[in-house]
Design a protein around this ligand. Structure first.
Ligand code: FAD
Length: 230
């Protein structure tokens, strides 16, 4: 899996500062210069936005990521996050390219399981190739391809949507593949806008407790019922 932060809003902290400051400032931020921003003020304004739940301010900053070497299974899960923009490599126009597949670690760890997995992939790939050779268009031949097939996606999310994404997908209840991608995205976000992303993570990080219930909880945070009175 490769995850790259392609672009982000220029001067993100300045943009967040201007947007949140405009809400409480009687004048116009048009007249502000970046020199007016003091480090402490930026942090305290961002803290205020967070703590007050005034999260629309966070929508002004966007991040564009590219991923490849991920499965179609992951991309199904990714695009459920509707507050985002997506561009995914087309199997209709690109076929299966240099065919690649994600082998889940639990399958890879058991030689017998890996063999079944790889033999099946090989049969499916041969069948796909034969269908295309028989004149079936790639858009129809692809119906035979498995969830493990590699895909590539470029997607853009604003900070508010990213926080929601990380809450769900950095949680140990999320599947390993999308969790691995989310953790790498969060690392890249923390490098670029630490003032915001150092507070962000799986939902237990923001909530302070786990709401997944005893059976599913990883035990990293106390259960909701132990923290909140019923
Ligand atoms: C561990 C895990 C297991 C899952 N299992 C399943 C499953 O078995 N089956 C399944 O179908 N999905 C499953 N999902 C997907 C999940 O239900 C969500 O679709 C996905 O996480 C996207 O979350 P979201 O809707 O908050 O994100 P977004 O679509 O990005 O929405 C962000 C926020 O915007 C608001 N919003 C967006 N659209 C609307 C709307 N139409 N009306 C009102 N508010 C809106 C909501 O506040 C929402 O939280 C699972 C997710 C996880 C993390």
């Amino acid at each position: 899996m490769r995850v790259k932060l392609l672009r982000m809003t220029e001067d993100p902290e300045e943009v967040l500062y201007m947007a949140s400051r405009q809400c409480y400032y009687p004048g116009s931020v048009i007249d502000f210069s970046p020199d007016d921003m003091e480090d402490g003020t930026v942090r305290s304004l961002i803290d205020r936005v967070f703590d007050s739940g005034h999260h629309s301010v966070l929508e002004h900053v966007t991040f564009t990521f590219a991923v490849d070497g991920v499965s179609r299974s992951l991309s199904h899960q990714l695009v459920r996050h509707r507050i985002a923009s997506y561009s995914q490599q087309s199997q209709r126009y690109c076929g299966i390219g240099e065919a690649g597949y994600v082998v889940p670690p639990k399958v890879g760890a058991i030689p017998g399981a890996r063999l079944v997995f790889e033999e099946t992939l090989s049969v499916l790939e041969d069948a796909y190739t034969k269908l295309v050779e028989l004149g079936i268009p790639a858009e129809d031949a692809r119906y035979i391809l498995p969830n493990a097939t590699f895909t590539r996606v470029v997607f853009t999310m604003n900070i508010r949507s990213l926080i929601n994404f990380f809450e769900h997908r950095c949680c140990m209840c999320a599947q390993w593949e999308i969790r691995r991608m989310a953790e790498e995205m969060l690392r890249l976000c923390r490098e670029t806008v630490p003032t915001v992303f150092e507070k962000v993570g799986a939902k237990c990080v923001t909530l302070g407790y786990c709401n997944e219930g005893k059976k599913r909880s990883c035990g990293r945070a106390p259960l909701k019922e132990a923290v909140l009175p019923s």
